[in-house]
Design a protein around this ligand. Structure first.
Ligand SMILES: [Zn+2]
Length: 294
């Protein structure tokens, strides 16, 4: 077995046993999506090692101005929605945006009165954020967050937790950087029943349009809540994230927004329990006396 490939147990329950959903090719290796036989959490094993994923991410930045504008515009709906959730939970204070990408959320948070700083693995994205946007940013990976304990009122982590090899260590580190009563907001893809069903039928993941190859974990509202509780947080709400707008794709945008209205209705009628959107935004609070140094 190549040295950049590794096997892993279930992140949530530690079980070694899993059932394979399907194989796929990624960065020259054959990897597999599996589901824990005890708790049904879905993840990639074997997967690329952290070094293998880091190499992939350094080539993953799209730093022509057109590409940056494309990615910034398509996140605008999400940024406005997630910032509203944050502002409803807390009045502005110190904010850390982990994996800020092209800096759109930080820019909007600053306008809203937050004192924001960002941490990002991509050197190119940091250069852009400093030079073009004038943002305060640190270029580092997430293995050791370089801020003192209880430094922040809020931490945001959008569209990145499923790339991280060790989300438990990361979430516990974030917990330590939060003040008592501090808030974390995350956005992750949602492994809803329909996607699970499509993966079950189409086990050839290379040709499966609903399968995203660089995500090493596939969270759902149930599994992300379990993970956050394990790391010292209390989940206060899970919402359907807004639909990104991909320039020129008006028809699919209208259809997805129609579905989103339906998903929001289902969420409302179920008292927040059934969240069917393709991505979910989770807001959680640091628990008092959270034991985070296990
Ligand atoms: Zn498990």
């Amino acid at each position: 077995m190549a040295e950049h490939i590794e096997y892993t147990n279930c992140l949530l329950c530690g079980s070694k046993g899993n059932n394979k959903i399907g194989d796929f090719n990624f960065c020259g290796s054959v990897l597999a999506l599996v589901e824990c036989e005890r708790c049904a959490f879905a993840f990639v094993s074997p997967r690329l090692s952290a070094q293998g994923m880091n190499r992939f991410f350094q080539t993953y930045t799209h730093l022509t101005n057109d590409k940056i504008e494309f990615y910034r515009i398509n996140k605008l709906n999400n940024v406005r929605f997630d910032l509203r959730l944050l502002n409803r939970a807390l009045s502005p204070g110190r904010l850390l945006d982990l994996g800020f990408g092209y800096g759109l959320f930080m820019q909007h948070a600053l306008k809203s009165g937050w004192n924001a700083i960002g941490l990002e693995i991509s050197t190119g994205a940091c250069r852009y954020a400093r030079a073009a946007l004038g943002l305060r940013v640190v270029n580092a990976d997430f293995s050791r967050i370089p801020f003192r304990k209880a430094a922040f009122d809020a931490v945001t982590l959008f569209d990145s937790l499923y790339y991280n090899h060790d989300p438990i260590t990361l979430l516990r580190q974030i917990n330590q950087t939060l003040k008592p009563g501090g808030v974390i907001i995350l956005r992750v893809h949602n492994r809803i029943g329909a996607i699970k069903w499509v993966h079950g039928i189409n086990r050839n993941l290379d040709s499966n349009p609903f399968f995203i190859k660089d995500h090493i974990y596939q969270f759902s509202s149930r599994t992300i809540s379990a993970l956050l509780e394990k790391c010292g947080y209390k989940v206060s709400g899970i919402y359907n994230s807004r639909i990104p707008y991909f320039k020129g794709q008006i028809a699919s945008y209208i259809i997805w927004n129609g579905l989103l209205c339906l998903f929001d209705l289902v969420r409302f009628v179920s008292g927040g329990l059934i969240v069917l959107g393709p991505s979910i935004t989770i807001i959680a609070t640091k628990m008092d006396g959270a034991a985070v140094d296990e």
